[in-house]
Ligand binder design. Sequence first.
Ligand code: SAH
Length: 349
Amino acid sequence: MTDTLKKLYETNDLGREELVYLLENLTTEDKPVLIRYAHETRLKYYGPKVFMRGLVEFSNYCKQDCLYCGLRASNKEVIRYRLTKEEIISSCQEGYALGYRTFVLQSGEDYTYTEQILIDIIRGVKQLFPDAALTLSIGERDFEVYKNLYEAGADRFLLRHETASKELYKTLHPTMSYENRMKCLKMLKEIGYQVGAGFMVGLPGQTAVHLAEDLIFLKEFHPHMIGIGPFIPHSETPLKDEKGGTVEDTVVLVALARLLVPDALIPATTAMGSLHPRGRELALEAGANVVMPNLTPVQYRDKYELYENKICLNDEPAHCQGCIERRINSVGLQVDMGRGDHLNNPVRK
Ligand code: SAH
């Protein structure tokens, strides 16, 4: 294994068989070596900086029915909410005052926010905060819509591929198609967005072969951002009795993603922090270099329940600021409040 890890560190590449072997045979002695390599790779590309993104979860309505997600359309127990343009802007305003220069607007797939309404929101945010980057995470739309949102000022787009295995994708997404997910990712990149892909670890039926496929997909697609988190079962979904992913396994996948796509921006996800008190720190040590504190107004926070026991439900943004900074410093890294663009994507004119 030592040779395989060394090769991965030196070439940022491994074949499919080698990845499967690694995922199936990594020992407790190998893990610290993998993590150190991932950490050093991060230092080489981005230094000891951790970029901050202010997250605004602006609607929990969703027309899709993903088996794992607490916001799925079939879950009638959720109290649904939508933020107005003014509420979204004032959430960003609060973040801006704390120093945030990237805002991530995330929602379920909610077509009540039409193209025109989204354009209006994007223009509103960019007009007030022209030096901030704006990221969308709103699911699948048509090429024209994606393009017009980009023209309106959106800079980045997060759309996890969820799993690169067509078979597994199918079993988890009764209302969606693998082909369209992949098509959307390609369109977003073609339009010019900085694009985020990513997947969950510990999905029911997921094997080392599936995870190797996820990593190979990331290597080939070369997204600007990579979100990886453990799957956490939600009691109001069909997967409520499944086991879910572990922090330990997810850390390994974060480290492998860092080594295979060394220039990616990789968040230490909230799901990691929700499973383990030091979950985000463990991801940061394994090559993650982004955190996404929550700017959603506190009265809506607990309703954006992708999974249960989400952290920071009652924390005001100002409180999060100090808490996150301490956590980042505790693992020897530094907060960077700048836009935190990808290395190959300078700010667009
Ligand atoms: N509707 C948007 C945003 C989805 S929510 C979209 O389609 O992109 C953001 C991410 O949360 C999803 O991409 C998924 O990977 C993750 N997620 C959903 N349910 C989860 C669960 N039960 N456990 C862990 N992560 C989950």
